[in-house]
Design a protein. Structure first.
Length: 282
């Protein structure tokens, strides 16, 4: 493995033919993603359809921010400009939620917290994701990893007004405002709604819309509504972290209570059968 220097960071250069057993995982808008093995290690290899500017934008972002536990890990590039990434064993968050429809609120709140931790890291490094949705959030052995930085932009003040991304997750106010941290928070709010409802949003959410047929903790409802509300009232990340901690505390105790209730029912049933056996032997 050679090493080339770009943007003062050393970027490992992989030799393309060292990758074996390539298996197509997905064909995205900008290219293909394969699961491959190189020197007994499994990677995801992102190959650009054409060398479009999105590919280099993604590369630039990855070189700047990789290394955080909630951001997909960047290992290097090949001589064909393929991007070598950590392979996410559990697929996208969308797949993960589909496979695990009954995860409890403690787990859901932890996932929501991890996404916000990754997003905060991006924002603190001057990066706006601009295409945040459950297909661009990966899960690797249970750990949340934000990925797909093809639409991301460094927050350098020359951000133009545009509306890339999957419509239902895009801040409707981006027709009038450049994409910024607040628009990423809007997308985050839609992801919270999706985790609670178990459905993909069809259109832009109304901040007043309730989730039907699912029992959602009151504070969680307040949280996603606060994230998709108009920009002026939209929650800031410190407030979101506070809400998440409160939900986690409440739900953790609810979980303990329900475990206790199950144990008492079980102990009660065992006691009754014992009494039955002792008092009325055959
Ligand atoms: N590191 C990875 N590990 C496992 N699967 C991955 C990885 N990276 C991408 N994928 C899979 O490939 C799909 C497409 O990847 P990505 O979103 O990065 O590419 P894209 O070309 O921008 O696609 P799209 O236009 O669909 O968003 C993901 O939704 C996911 O299913
Ligand atoms: Mg994508």
């Amino acid at each position: 493995m050679k090493v080339i220097k770009k943007n003062q960071r050393k970027t490992p250069l992989f030799i393309h033919k060292s990758f074996k057993n390539g298996k197509l995982i997905a064909e995205g808008g900008n290219g293909t993603v394969h699961k491959c093995i190189s020197k007994k290690k499994i990677y995801a290899l992102k190959h650009p359809k054409n060398l479009a500017k999105q590919h280099f934008r993604e590369l630039e972002v990855l070189m700047k921010i990789s290394g955080h536990p909630n951001i997909i890990r960047f290992y290097g590039i090949t001589q064909d400009w393929d991007i070598v990434l950590e392979y996410a064993y559990d697929g996208t968050l969308h797949d993960y939620l589909k496979r695990n429809p009954d995860i409890n609120w403690v787990k859901k709140t932890r996932i929501a917290t991890d996404i916000l931790v990754g997003l905060s890291y991006l924002h603190d490094n001057g990066i706006i994701h601009r295409d945040l949705h459950p297909g661009n959030i990966l899960v690797n052995r249970g750990v949340i990893k934000i990925s797909d930085f093809g639409s991301s932009k460094c927050d350098d003040g020359v951000n133009s007004i545009d509306c890339l991304g999957v419509m239902a997750y895009v801040d409707p106010e981006c027709d009038y405002f450049p994409r910024d941290k607040k628009s990423d928070i809007y997308s985050y709010g839609v992801i919270l709604w999706e985790m609670a409802s178990g459905h993909r949003p069809q259109n832009h959410l109304s901040p007043f819309e309730d989730i039907k047929n699912v029992c959602v903790p009151r504070k969680y409802v307040g949280l996603y509504k606060g994230c998709v509300s108009p920009r002026k009232e939209r929650l800031e990340r410190t407030e979101i972290f506070r809400h998440l901690n409160e939900i986690l505390d409440e739900e953790f105790f609810n979980e303990i209570d329900s475990v206790k209730a199950t144990m008492f029912t079980l102990i009660g049933a065992i006691m009754f059968s014992l009494i039955d056996v002792v008092m009325f032997p055959l």
